[in-house]
Design a protein around this ligand. Structure first.
Ligand code: ADP
Ligand code: MG
Length: 572
């Protein structure tokens, strides 16, 4: 600390560059502060710092991080506690640009594996950011001293020691996270693809907020008797709710009755949620992929022939490539690409689907003969996909009863509550005279794998590497940008940040080498992350990688698939 004071008194009122002298390690009474990287000027991305407390002082007992669920939850809890206490202790903006600001990447409604905190049996480390104070480009030494030796120690004291945290709340955070991972793990043996606990609050506060609708305004979820199941969680014990079985499930119901809200909860059930989210016991298999239409996207040699054939001008659909997909071709490619990476559950909503991809009714079958219609609609493939590829589907479909024919389970949303109408639908089908006929002669039993070519994934712009993520849906990659706005299961900007560095990592490690197929590449990357931690994807030398959150293989592959320069070979 004395060292820090000395340097600051020397560089006070000097030009901003003198701050570089701060890089290094400082021992405080209860922790060490590492200044890993100092920003170039007050407007640049803030400086990267770490605080490390040895376990001899932090004393988190080993059972709080004894398995990967607990570890992720504890790290998440500490990041949030750090964030909460910095909101109290950090005086905030003082001077130019980001001067005086401290922040940490602490996440939203989901509990994700992230790099902002690391706990092991030796130490607890928090990685955070600080805008070193300046007026113009002149160093404000006193402000900096107050920030680093006043504010930071207080924040550390309030959040990085077991004794300073709320024991009950912390344990709940950990237990709920462990329960969610456990339940997700036993869905399959229970023949389920998703589970929603009775009492869950599914609707969100607004279209731009992911917080729950206040309980006074929300109808709590209640399973229909036919699907009610009880699962046993390690901490919460028996939990009763709606189990959605494998196969083809339809969600129907009138407009504004809560269909999309239910599907969204299922879609987010691949992640663990914080206590009080309302969806903390909405659990979905982690191979669930939301599929939507995505007009304009780039597609590289995807075999969409199960859905699209006989295009005008004999355009190849076995190796279908386009720089400007239509609604239906994009949705077909999104499905095939998801299956290529091993999707076990497809989630579709009529709100975001191409109508002609979903349905083709009997009257249209008469009007436009099959040989004039390139599209084999999803309705004709959905059973095949389940029977041959064992991939289930859940579809929101309020606008057409045709799907009654192919659904194993039909859930009707009525004033935000689900009921089962599978039998009633079967009766209605029997009464029907004019029935659409299935228009497939072949069966869809394998997916063509693809090999991405490294030369087509170029992070350079001239001789400078230029890769940067922005928000939830954009990555600048070399000369191009990757649009992830239709990849709906990305929930955190730090996942996008991780995705962009993972692509670089896969190039560096030569996993993308012109031989490996895409899904194997994803597995190799995730295997490394599991073994060495999420830090491994960073090539920052000496800078902490403080804002990664773990994405799934589907989202990483989605980014590669959307790179407009991508070239692939189809594997034989
Ligand atoms: P649909 O897809 O059936 O047209 P949505 O799922 O979009 O309907 O829901 C319509 C509206 O109802 C949304 O504003 C949503 O937030 C709200 N809503 C959904 N479920 C509930 C619920 N359980 N309690 C209260 N409001 C809800
Ligand atoms: Mg809807």
């Amino acid at each position: 600390m004395e060292k820090l004071k000395n340097i600051l008194s020397i560089i006070d009122h000097k030009g901003y560059k003198a701050y570089k002298q701060l890089e290094g390690r400082y021992d405080f009474e209860d922790f060490t502060l590492h200044i890993d990287h100092v920003q170039g000027d007050p407007f640049a991305s803030p400086s990267r710092l770490r605080a490390r407390v040895m376990q001899t002082k932090a004393v988190f007992s080993p059972e709080l991080f004894s398995n990967s669920s607990r570890k992720t939850a504890l790290e998440d809890y500490i990041s949030r506690a750090f964030n909460k206490s910095l909101k109290q202790e950090c005086r905030g903006s003082c001077g130019t640009g980001k001067s005086g600001l401290i922040n940490i990447d602490s996440g939203g409604q989901e509990i994700l594996k992230r790099t902002s905190c690391m706990v092991n049996s030796d130490f607890v480390e928090v990685r955070f950011y600080a805008g070193l104070p300046a007026r113009g480009r002149t160093i404000l030494g006193n402000h900096c001293l107050e920030m680093l030796t006043g504010e930071v120690p207080k924040i550390v004291a309030a959040s990085m020691f077991y004794r300073s945290l709320d024991e009950k709340e912390m344990k709940k955070h950990i237990q709920i996270c462990e329960d969610q991972d456990y339940l997700r793990g036993i869905l399959e043996e229970n023949n389920l693809v998703s589970f929603i606990k009775n009492g869950s609050i599914l609707p969100r506060k607004s279209g731009i907020s992911d917080s729950p609708l206040p309980e006074s305004e929300a109808i709590a979820f209640k399973s229909p008797a036919q699907l009610e199941t009880t699962l046993k969680a390690p901490n919460a014990g028996n939990i009763t709710g709606m189990g959605i079985p494998r196969g083809v499930t339809l969600i129907i119901g009138g407009g504004f009755h809560g269909k999309t809200t239910l599907l969204k909860a299922i879609e987010r059930g691949i992640y663990n949620h914080i206590p009080s989210d309302g969806r903390e016991y909405c659990i979905t298999v982690d191979s669930a992929v939301k599929i939507r239409a995505e007009e304009g996207r780039n597609i590289q040699k995807v075999n969409i022939s199960p859905f699209i054939s006989n295009l005008p001008f004999d355009k190849d659909t076995i190796k279908f490539s386009t720089a400007n997909a239509s609604g239906s071709t994009s949705q077909a490619a999104n499905i095939i690409e998801a299956l290529e990476c091993g999707a076990g559950l497809l989630l579709l909503d009529e709100d975001t689907s191409a109508t002609n991809f979903l349905i083709r009714d009997e009257i249209m079958q008469k009007m436009v003969p099959k040989d004039k219609e390139p599209i084999t609609p999803f309705i004709d493939r959905v059973k095949d996909i389940y029977q041959k590829l064992v991939t289930s589907s859940i579809l929101v479909m309020g606008g057409s009863g045709d799907y009654f024919e192919v659904a194993d389970t039909i859930i009707m949303m009525d004033c935000y509550l689900p009921c089962i109408v599978t039998e009633k639908a079967a009766e209605l089908i029997k009464e029907r005279k004019d029935i659409r006929h299935i228009e497939i002669s072949d069966s869809f039993s394998f997916i063509t794998s693809r090999i991405p070519l490294p030369s087509s994934i170029n992070p350079f712009r001239g001789n400078r590497k230029r890769v940067k993520s922005r928000g939830l849906d954009n990555i600048t990659f070399g000369f191009y940008s990757i649009d992830l706005s239709a990849v709906e299961q990305i929930v955190d900007p730090s996942q996008v940040n991780a995705v962009s560095d993972i692509i670089l990592y896969a190039l560096r490690k030569k996993y993308i080498n012109g031989k490996n197929i895409l899904t194997d590449i994803m597995d190799m990357i995730l295997e490394d992350i599991k073994k060495y931690g999420l830090d491994i994807i960073s090539d920052f030398k000496g800078r902490h990688p403080g804002s990664y959150a773990l994405p799934r293989k589907f989202e990483i592959a989605a980014a590669i698939n959307r790179l407009r320069t991508l070239k692939v070979l189809q594997a034989s």
